[in-house]
Structures are given as C-alpha cells and as structure tokens.
Design a protein around this ligand. Structure first.
Ligand SMILES: [Zn+2]
Length: 463
C-alpha cells in the first residue's frame, strides 16, 4: 500500500473530525441503512449509496480489498410495503402481493446502484431473513429490563437507558416537554418505540414469544449489523434524516442488548438533497427517481448517464446540502467528457487524490485533482495509469468501449472518406459526415502527422 494517509472522518456522535482507527485492520466493518423496498429509489436515496461507495473504495484502497466488510440492508417488511401491495395488486393474497412489490423494487435498486457505479456491498441482508436475530435481541432487552410488553406491542423503555439521546443530543425531558398529549397511553414514556407488534391475520407475521407479529423498523438494523459485523463495529452511515429517531434507537437497542459502550465507533451522515432549489416532494412535482433520470426524459428533457449522476453528486461535499439541478448535471457531463477512457490497471492512485479523500471524503478536492490528472493523461499517455487508478477510486473511470472489428473498419472508412472531402475543399459534405459520426457517438479530431506534415484525422468514442 505504501505510505498510507491517516483517514479522518467527521463523527456525528462527537461532532468533530477524528482520526480513524479501525478495531481490526484485517476486517474494517461498515454498515449503511439501505432502502425500504416499496417504491423505486429517488435521487435523494442515491446520495448515501454513492457517498458510502466512495468510502468503501477508499477503505479497500487503504486496508486492502479483502479487509473491508460493507453491509447494506434491505428493509422488506414495513407497513408502507403492505399499503403499496394492497394498492398495486388488490386481487392477490397479501403475502403474494408483497412479494411482487419487494422483488420488483429490490431488483430495480440493484440496477440503479450498479448504473451509478456503486460496487456491490459485501452483504445485502433482507430483514425478513433475519427475524430470528431480531427476536433474540428483543428477548435480551426484556430480560435486562430495557423493554416491556403493552397493548400488543413490545416497546423499548427509553428511560431505562441513562444516556439515551447521545447521537441526536436530545434529552428525554426536552422530548417529553415537546411531546403532544399522550396519544399512546400504553407507553411508559412518549419516546418509547416499537420493537415488535402483533399482526392481524391478513398482515405479514412471524411466530414469536409475544405472539404472531412483525418487527419495528429500528430493530432490523440492530439485528443485521450485529449478525454480520458484531456487537461493536467501525462505521455506521446513512442520511442526516436518520439520526433521529432511527439511529438513536439502533444505538439504544444494540448497546442495551449487548452491554457495550458503543454500537459503532464512527457515525457518518450525508446531507440533504433538494431538486431545482426546492425540497423534493410529489406535490411539488420535482420528485424524481434514479430510474427516471437514467431511463426517461423527466429532468431536463433527456436521459442522464449513471456516471454523470454520480459525478454531479460528488461535486458537493457529502455533509453539505445539495441542490440537484439540470445545470449541475450539465456541468458534470462537460467535465467528464474531458476525462479519457482507460482500463484500471495496477497503478497506485495519486497521493493528492488519496489525501483529499482521506480528509473526511473531500470529493470536491479529489475531483479537481483527478481532472488535472486527466488533462495530463490527455497530453501524455504515460500519465494514464495514475489518472486511471485515481478516477477509479472515485468510481468514475470512463471505460474503453469494446467494438467489433467490422464496426471499427466501417468508422475508419467513413473517417477517411471525410478526409478526402476536406482535401477536396468540400467542407459542407465533410461537416455533414462529421456530424453524422458525432450523432453516433464518434468524435473526430483533425491534425497533422508530425512526421510527414500530412493531414490526418483521429477518432474516439464519446459516451
Ligand atoms: Zn438502519
């Protein structure tokens, strides 16, 4: 690895940037909250997928590819899913309808994140495949006096934890002062949250010591992170909107069940995302899914390549708010067009790029440095390997397009024919031939052969 930079990350738990020290350098462990699969992922959901993919790549670069475990869950049991299943498949038994909704949404999520250049996490566990682990944690919480049963639910007793609220810096009294008149009279305190609730006959449910029921959302992440990463792991990530109550409650469950001082040592949160200057919402008409950006003409009257979306996202530091706009996408596209295609080789990435990412994922500085490397590589092919390794670290290396020999021969023939037109000063026809090729993604570059001084034209495939 050579001289590795000291990684520093902003830890939401302590509100400061800290040197990162993994618990075990041979297995650096990261958990990120994944999608609830009831609807296609929107562009706001793309942000944590991309941001934490860059972090995953950085950790693999520093500690070695086989020494990082990245887990991102799939929430496939949720009342939003039930509602969607009833709406979309009213004629089917609910379980069957639910499966149709979750399978379709999950498949699209995998397609979306792949198109955005995200590596597959080490594991993508589904909540429904970890119910036994959830029941086990809830049993521990009850046994240790941190949870109680009331009105068909098992609830976490927030008052039973001395330092509940550490992550969001809310204390319980403040929360209670602000809480509305107790709607949930069965709760000991208004902040108590559901670990398990009974299911009606037609709702999805699993047998448990408290009857046939289903888990609350927060307990899913405690169970899956614990199973794959252990009681205490290195990094927990997600969007800013998850700090409270989701992450706060994950911490409460995991720490109280396992009797540990921490659930994860570092908590990292990406900032909010707006679209065209406004909070994204269906009523504002600016709600846009990743699928719509990639495949339809919803934003800016055209489709956008995944790598353009990715670069547009990384042009802002992950903790800052983003205004996602057509202007920003166009800017990203112009920049990316100047980056040469290459294959990732064995070269080490540039130290400036690595140092920028090591400093709390400063992708803005890293992109600037990669752009300078791209320009150097355009001028001198010897600079290509370091540029390629650096761009790949951001997941933004344009790939060489594999082309059929017959297609290459055809393009060569048309490029030569246009050159003849130029020599014959038939500029109108020559321009038309150039534009036709460009429309097919073939860009021409006219020049002179340095040895003979003869006019030549080279071409390359643009994305
Ligand atoms: Zn979670």
């Amino acid at each position: 690895m050579g001289a590795e930079p000291q990684l520093k990350f902003y830890n939401t738990l302590t509100r400061e940037k800290v040197d990162f020290q993994p618990i075990d350098r041979d297995n650096v462990r990261m958990y990120v909250c994944g999608p609830t699969v009831y609807d296609f992922a929107h562009i706001g959901n793309a942000r944590p997928a991309i941001v934490f993919d860059v972090l995953y790549r950085l950790l693999r670069q520093v500690y070695g590819e086989s020494h990082v475990t990245y887990v991102r869950n799939i929430t496939d049991v949720d009342d939003k899913i039930n509602a969607r299943a009833l709406r979309d498949h009213p004629g089917l038994p609910l379980n069957q309808a639910i499966r149709l909704v979750t399978e379709k949404t999950e498949t699209q999520y995998f397609r979306d994140t792949a198109a955005l250049g995200c590596l597959e996490p080490t594991a993508q566990p589904r909540a429904t495949e970890n119910i036994a682990e959830m029941i086990e944690i809830i049993e521990k919480l009850i046994a240790k006096g941190h949870a109680y049963q009331a009105a068909g639910e098992v609830l976490f007793d927030t008052k039973s934890m001395n330092d509940y609220g550490q992550l969001s810096k809310r204390n319980l009294d403040e929360q209670q002062a602000g809480a509305r008149i107790a709607v949930d009279a069965h709760k000991k305190s208004p902040g108590d949250f559901v670990l398990w609730k009974l299911s009606a006959d037609n709702e999805p449910g699993w047998e448990s010591p408290w009857g046939r029921g289903r888990p609350g959302w927060h307990i899913e992440c405690s169970a899956m992170s614990g199973r794959y990463l252990g009681d205490v792991f290195d990094i927990h990530g997600g969007g800013l909107d998850l700090i409270f109550p989701h992450h706060e409650n994950e911490i409460a469950q995991s720490r109280c069940a396992h009797g540990t001082h921490a659930m994860a040592n570092v908590w990292m949160h990406n900032g909010f995302l707006q679209v065209e200057g406004r909070k994204m919402s269906k009523s504002e008409g600016n709600f846009v899914t990743i699928y719509e950006l990639l495949q339809t003409e919803k934003l800016g009257g055209r489709t956008w390549p995944g790598e353009v979306l990715r670069l547009a996202m990384l042009m802002t530091h992950y903790r800052e708010p983003i205004d996602f706009s057509v202007k920003r996408l166009e800017e990203a596209e112009r920049l990316l067009a100047k980056w040469p295609a290459a294959d990732a080789g064995n070269a080490a990435p540039d130290a400036t790029v690595l140092a920028a990412l090591a400093d709390d994922l400063n992708t803005v500085a890293a992109i600037q440095a990669v752009h300078a490397l791209a320009q150097a590589a355009n001028a001198d092919a010897n600079a290509l390997p370091v540029y390629a390794a650096s761009a790949a670290l951001l997941g933004l290396l344009p790939q060489k397009v594999e082309m059929d020999d017959a297609i290459v021969a055809d393009i060569d023939r048309r490029v030569r024919a246009r050159l003849e037109l130029l020599k014959a000063k038939n500029f109108a026809e020559a321009d038309r031939a150039r534009d036709e090729l460009l429309a097919e993604g073939i860009q021409l570059k006219d020049g002179k052969d340095p040895a003979t001084g003869e006019r030549i034209t080279t071409w390359e495939v643009k994305r």
